[in-house]
Ligand binder design. Sequence first.
Ligand code: NDP
Ligand code: OXD
Length: 318
Amino acid sequence: MSILIAVAGWDHVAWTDRIRAFAPDRKVIGWSADGTGDAYDPDSIDYIMTWHPPAGFLAKHRNLKFIASLGAGVDHVLKDPELPDVPLVRIVDPFLTSRMTEWITLQCLYHLRQHRLYEDQQRQRIWKEHPQPSARDVRVGIMGMGVLGQDAAEVLVRLGFQVAGWSRSAKTVDGVECFSGSAGFEAFLARTDILISLLPLTPETKGLVNRETLSKLPRDGALGGPVYINAGRGKQQVETDVAAALQDGTLTAASLDVFEAEPLPAESPLWGLSNCIITPHVAADSNPDDLARYLVRQVERFEAGKALENQVDLKRGY
Ligand code: NDP
Ligand code: OXD
């Protein structure tokens, strides 16, 4: 049984070596869209572990048993119009989840504690106190109440924020005001000072955060205006609208880890906005050995006739 590691924009070697270490009895082949990698017969491949496979690439492998995404998100696989009709699994990993919660919490506290203001003051050697809103005065709204959204919500609730969640299906989560579906979206926005996206990218979520959405956030909150945080996927936001909102005061500030185009092009106006915090898709770093073990476990489960973990619902798109 052969495993192919197929990546674009990444070096396949680190992944190939790691999977080999955890699956020493299997043939593990590396391939990269940049032309590096081993020669192989596509019909000999049983499993593909992949990041951003080129369109039509997966379909060349006619004996595939399943595909595994090398990320938690699967939009990079589902965008392929010739996607083979085999199961797709994605990464769910406790360490990745806690790293995401760290990043989300860091951003919420940064805006709550007015850190940008104090950083500016430090640069100017100004010693001046400002009134500090407290977490209990601030309404956080998390779009996407899946694995990542629920974990972040739990920590933000513990810190005292007023937390709401918005998901596709209705939910009950301790300490969280839950909204769902398009029917619940406006009411969710109307009570949200810090809007967080932990949504997958699907046809429904593409372009969701646009001028109209941002203009529905309240302006009377304790932070002096709304804040937008995105660690889901960049194409959920209309970036020209986000940049304009940051410039005209519709948004007070933003923290963005994901962008419509990655790397964020040098000419993006977001780079120059002092009220926009930018990180390069690093919110949820994970332990590569844990991920390799998880991926090899899926192969072992499949061969033992057990259900794959975290199989994607291809109809829903996540
Ligand atoms: P899950 O599949 O566990 O959760 C997705 C959530 O989004 C669910 O609550 C789902 O609703 C909700 N959702 C999906 N579509 C809609 C919709 N149309 N309207 C409202 N809610 C919707 O995913 P994870 O929490 O594991 O991951 C979320 C995303 O985070 C990933 O898809 C990926 O894009 C991103 N990510 C980013 C990383 C980074 O480093 N920046 C790292 C890892 C992930 P319901 O519960 O009803 O199904
Ligand atoms: C992702 C990931 O999907 O890093 O963004 O896992």
